[in-house]
Design a binder for this molecule. Structure first.
Ligand code: SF4
Length: 283
């Protein structure tokens, strides 16, 4: 599939980057956020924390502040923990082996394989939700189990540049083989098993293909994000947080408890703050 790469390549600043830390940061950010929304936070993050050591030594509040605009703030805590684990357990060097990478907090199959492939050139298939769709639709025309999908992704690497192949698959999936596929303009259309043979969408029940999330508006996820956004401005008393997010105190307290459990927020006297935030209270 590498022959379709030139026509589908996206212009994203981390493509072609080999620095393992920059790759790890981009891949954790890309886990649940669209590429276009990752560009500026990725640049900002690496300007402030350009190395594993700088992140490991930074206060947690700095890492969470730099996560602004990405959502799913728990990933900021995981990345901070991963930097500390790399420092403590891997002598400050990001491992190239996907199995070792998966020992890091917040690093699952997708992220481990992506870092191994893009930073170190390890010949392993990168399987995200979009690639999972391509495999189920274009190649198998049936739902795939996780191990089967990974095996297929690995087999498709062939003998060429495996990182370029993986990037082409991600680009193809993100731009054409989406939830509602754009088959009319897809470069694989003439070779796609599902388009050729028809039937129910095989990606719907396939492994590695995510299902749509519930509504965001009014969700706990949205309110957690608003609480963290408030605390990015600085530590605050509980009544200030309640006023800022305009929600009942009980609900705010419950969600603050989940943020504390996730290691993102802490109580200090009668206030709450991002963990380690040394600033003054906001009003
Ligand atoms: S033709 Fe349609 S279903 Fe097949 S790979 Fe392209 S976008 Fe996906």
């Amino acid at each position: 599939m590498g022959d379709v790469a030139p026509s589908i390549a996206r212009d994203l600043p981390w493509i072609g980057v080999r620095d393992p830390w920059a790759v790890l940061v981009s891949e954790v950010m890309l886990q649940q956020t669209q590429a276009a929304r990752v560009i500026e936070p990725w640049r900002r993050f690496l300007e402030t924390l350009p190395t594993v050591a700088s992140c490991a030594n930074a206060p947690r509040s700095t890492v969470i502040e730099l996560w602004g605009g990405l959502g799913y703030n728990r990933r900021a805590g995981y990345l901070h923990d991963a930097a500390r684990a790399i420092t403590d357990e891997f002598d400050g060097r990001i491992p190239k082996d996907p199995l070792a990478l998966r020992r890091l907090p917040g690093v699952g199959h997708y992220t481990a394989n992506a870092v191994a492939s893009f930073a170190f050139g390890v010949r392993v298939g990168v399987l995200d939700t979009n690639v999972g769709r391509i495999l189920a639709r274009a190649i198998a025309n049936r739902p795939l189990g996780r191990a089967e999908a990974q095996r297929l992704a690995d087999e498709l690497l062939g003998r060429g540049d495996s990182a370029a192949h993986n990037q082409a698959m991600l680009d193809l999936g993100a731009q054409f083989c989406t939830g509602t596929p754009r088959c009319a303009t897809c470069p694989l259309a003439s070779r796609c098993a599902w388009r050729t043979n028809g039937g129910a969408d095989p990606a719907r029940r396939s492994a590695a293909v995510s299902v749509p999330q519930g509504a965001f508006a009014g969700s706990n996820r949205q309110l957690r994000g608003r609480i963290v956004a408030t605390l990015r401005e600085g530590p605050a008393r509980l009544d200030v947080v309640v006023r800022r997010v305009a929600q009942p105190p009980q609900r705010v307290a419950e969600l603050l408890a989940t943020l504390v459990a996730d290691g993102l927020v802490e109580h200090v006297a009668d206030a709450v703050r991002l963990v380690g935030d040394p600033r003054e209270l906001i009003e």
